[in-house]
Design a protein around this ligand. Structure first.
Ligand SMILES: [Zn+2]
Length: 94
C-alpha cells in the first residue's frame, strides 16, 4: 500500500512534473474528483463519548467512479469501490 502525498509544488520544476508519469485508473481514466465518505464512530471509540460521523476525503476516478488502489490511503474504501489495479507504465502520447 502506498500513501498518497501532496508534493510541494514550489520545490519541483515544471519540467520535472511534465516528465513524470500520469497516474491513471485501471479503466484508463486520468481525471479524479474529491469525494467525502463517512465513518461512523461508535460511542466507545469516539473522543466525545457519543456516536459521531467522521468524514474522510477520498479521490474517485471521473470515468468509472471508483477509487484507484494507489489513491486509497489506509485501505479505508470498501473493496467494491476500489478499482482493481493501476497502470503505472502508461505511455504519454504527444
Ligand atoms: Zn476509473
Amino acid at each position: 500500500m502506498s500513501e498518497w502525498k501532496k508534493g510541494d509544488p514550489m520545490r519541483i520544476s515544471i519540467d520535472k512534473i511534465k516528465d513524470a508519469k500520469i497516474v491513471n485508473c485501471s479503466c484508463g481514466g486520468v481525471m479524479f474528483s474529491e469525494k467525502t465518505m463517512f465513518k461512523r464512530l461508535s460511542a466507545f471509540i469516539s473522543p466525545s463519548g457519543k456516536e459521531e460521523l467522521y468524514p474522510l476525503q477520498v479521490i474517485i476516478c471521473d470515468k468509472c467512479g471508483k477509487v484507484p488502489a494507489e489513491l486509497n490511503p489506509y485501505d479505508m474504501v470498501p473493496e467494491e469501490y476500489v478499482a482493481t489495479s493501476i497502470k503505472l507504465d502508461n505511455k504519454i502520447t504527444k
